[in-house]
Ligand binder design. Structure first.
Ligand code: ADP
Ligand code: MG
Length: 667
């Protein structure tokens, strides 16, 4: 077993370990196949050629005999798409039972579910279905294999704490250590004590299975021969299109730089046909529409070379056939949380060695490949961290705490964590939830607010905003805003076209800020009869707008179910902003008086922040603002900003804010 196989060297072999308590299976790298071989044989033949197929019986044996089975196998070996099918074939989905497979990413859920449905020759949403937040493509009476995000599975526990309908739950991509995966593993361990018949499969692309197996007492020894490692060669960081045929996978950090790179490369194709002709340049990130996703997975047209520019979603969650070259920027965007300043932001961060190896491993799956690393070998060897930090230890824990509370886990510090969250972050989360009125002095969910917030599948601050809007009488507007904030971005990417973008935004811009602007956009969309043409003319993403309508509809149904009133405030934007503040008072900032460049400071911790260029308040710089989120590159940028009156902050959160009156300070 090796995480990276150097082309030309001996292929790693698989190991099967079995003992009384649990099983661990290592699956080797995919076997070589001729570059043009795939696509011609039937799907069934393709299935049988996958490395995991050789271990079909072994896997079924382990699952039959052990409560927990850990499967480690390289990306592309067939874990995600095959194992749920084997389980179904072996009878684990009979008698109304369902096999579940979780993924940290929504796009991966949709993509693997479609693939499995295709392999089984069924329509998606029937025997094979998927559920992600705000999108349920399952049919409870026929779905037997269900893909879902780990977050959605945790939510399902609120209605069915023991997850009784599932016979097997496969927690996939466990090496990613996402916040929800870690939480889910702790919860499943608890469920297992009550439901010994439940089978858990933990599948992972890297060797970090050790901590998992100790956690589940699945296996404690004999992992050492699996830990050997080889360092991939470092090749010059120049990728010439003179290289032999094969697709190129480029790892960049996020939607913005991916869109920028796609645009540059496409322009290049037009400028200079000889140099880059034949390139089919495609983006890949989680906000992508279905149409664009399908292009990425479609076979490369003859005579073309596909260039997929991706976030780290293509690192292990998705397999792209035909990739022979990988370009690794060495960076990814990661969530970071500072409990002192209470700032959580997305930060462009150097990746770990484990990730670098995974990325390199995407090359040469079907023939010897090359990985071009845009950093030095010395950096890789001496400075790059070995492993990433689990998300649990670098996140704001507000959502996590409220979900555990809603599941009746009161002693959160005593919860069985795979990796303990930092105590400061935990304290901060409790403090924020208390100030939002979601927890009481005894750290119990308040009734009704706390319980209602837990019911709404959104960030607690948004949920609190919605509930307050019901009291203020502006819930019709607020659920529109919440829906817009829950989709990636409603604007079509305007990279490099700031002027045009500013003009378009002016058509909708509201002086109060982005949230109110979204109401204008939404109204325009409805008035146009939900026209795609209208979206096109206004640089709006039609798919995203349709999603907004759909999410809004689901939120209005949810409010009705909670017995809450849907009311409109007509044009009273003050009430609207007060409702927003009821959820987001902690994100308030004021403009530094003597600055010309729009420098703001957060009220809580005097952190320096700026308004993001995508905001309608960019360069407007109102004196006081509240933001929805921060993105950080070299600076902290506030995304989705509204102008406020500071007195509203004290009104909304008297125990959070105090007016500083120096004259009255105690002596
Ligand atoms: P793993 O989970 O081990 O990374 P998967 O089960 O996702 O592997 O994929 C196994 C194989 O199935 C891949 O190597 C690829 O050949 C094929 N495959 C998976 N998804 C798709 C897809 N969307 N389109 C075409 N082939 C796919
Ligand atoms: Mg997989």
């Amino acid at each position: 077993m090796a995480q990276f196989w150097r082309p030309g060297s001996e292929r790693p072999r698989a190991t099967l370990v079995d003992d009384e308590e649990g099983g661990v299976l290592f699956v080797s790298a995919p076997p070589p196949s001729s570059s043009s071989g795939f696509g011609h044989s039937s799907l069934e033949r393709q299935r049988q050629r996958l490395p995991v197929f050789k271990y079909r019986d072994a896997i079924l044996y382990l699952v039959e005999n052990h409560a927990t089975t850990i499967i480690v196998g390289e990306t592309g070996s067939g874990k995600t798409t095959q194992i749920p099918q084997y389980l179904k074939e072996a009878g684990w989905a009979e008698g109304g039972r369902v096999v579940a497979c979780t993924q940290p990413r929504r796009l991966a859920v949709q993509s693997v579910a479609s693939r499995v449905a295709e392999e089984m020759g069924v329509k998606i949403g029937e025997e094979v279905g998927y559920t992600i937040r705000f999108e349920d493509q399952t049919n409870p009476s026929v779905t037997v294999i269900k893909f879902l995000t780990d977050g959605v599975l945790i939510r399902e526990m609120m209605d069915d704490p023991l997850l009784t309908k599932y016979s097997v739950i496969m927690v996939d991509e466990a090496h990613e250590r996402s916040l929800s995966t870690d939480m889910l593993l702790g919860l499943l361990k608890k469920i297992q004590r009550r439901r010994p018949e439940l089978r858990i499969i933990i599948s992972s692309a890297t060797i970090e299975a050790k901590s998992m197996s100790t956690f589940f007492q699945a296996r404690k020894k004999d992992l050492r021969h699996a830990a050997e490692d080889s360092v991939p060669s470092h090749l010059p960081a120049v990728l010439s299109v003179e290289e032999p045929a094969g697709d190129i996978l480029v790892f960049l950090t996020g939607q913005d730089d991916i869109d920028a790179a796609v645009k540059l490369l496409r322009e290049d194709t037009q400028d200079d046909r000889r140099r880059t002709s034949g390139l089919l340049v495609l983006p890949l990130y989680s906000g992508l529409s279905r149409v664009d996703q399908d292009l990425v997975f479609a076979p490369t047209p003859k005579g073309k070379r596909k260039v997929v520019i991706s976030t780290n979603i293509a690192e292990t969650s998705l397999t792209l056939e035909g990739v022979v070259y990988v370009v690794d920027s060495g960076f990814s965007k990661q969530r970071f949380y500072n409990p002192i300043s209470d700032i959580e932001s997305l930060v462009v961060t150097p990746i770990s060695k484990a990730s670098a190896r995974q990325r390199a491993g995407r090359a040469g799956r079907i023939q010897p490949g090359k990985c071009f690393r845009l950093y030095t070998e010395e950096y890789f060897l001496k400075e790059m961290p070995t492993e990433g930090i689990p998300e649990m230890q670098r996140s704001n824990l507000v959502s996590c705490v409220i979900q555990l509370k809603a599941l009746g886990i009161d002693n959160i510090l005593g919860f069985d964590w795979l990796a303990s969250p930092p105590p400061e972050a935990m304290v901060r989360a409790l403090e924020v939830l208390y100030s939002l009125g979601i927890l009481d002095e005894d750290a119990k969910l308040t009734s009704p607010i706390g319980y209602q917030v837990a019911e709404i599948p959104l960030d607690p601050m948004i949920s609190k905003m919605i509930l307050s809007a019901c009291n203020f009488g502006c819930s019709e507007e607020i659920i529109t805003i919440a829906a817009v904030l829950s989709v990636q971005s409603i604007w079509v990417s305007m990279w490099g076209a700031q002027k045009e973008f500013d003009e378009v935004k002016l058509r909708f811009a509201a002086a109060e800020g982005d949230h109110v602007t979204y109401l204008n956009v939404y109204k325009g969309f409805l008035n146009s009869g939900k026209s795609s043409q209208w979206c096109y003319k206004n640089y709006l993403n039609y798919q995203a707008m349709k999603k907004v309508v759909d999410v809004r509809e689901q939120l209005s149904r949810l409010l009705r179910r909670l017995g809450l009133a849907l009311k409109s405030c007509e044009k009273d934007t003050q009430i609207l902003r007060k409702a927003i503040i009821a959820g987001f008072f902690a994100n308030s900032c004021h403009l530094e008086e003597y600055s010309h460049n729009g420098l703001y400071k957060t009220v809580r911790s005097s952190e320096e922040v700026y308004i993001h260029p995508s905001s309608v308040l960019f360069r407007v710089n109102p004196k006081w603002v509240v933001y929805h989120s921060l993105v950080s590159t070299n600076k902290h940028y506030m995304r989705n900003v509204i102008a406020i009156d500071p007195s509203w902050l004290i009104e909304a959160a008297p125990h959070f804010y105090q007016v500083r009156t120096p004259n009255l300070a105690p002596c």
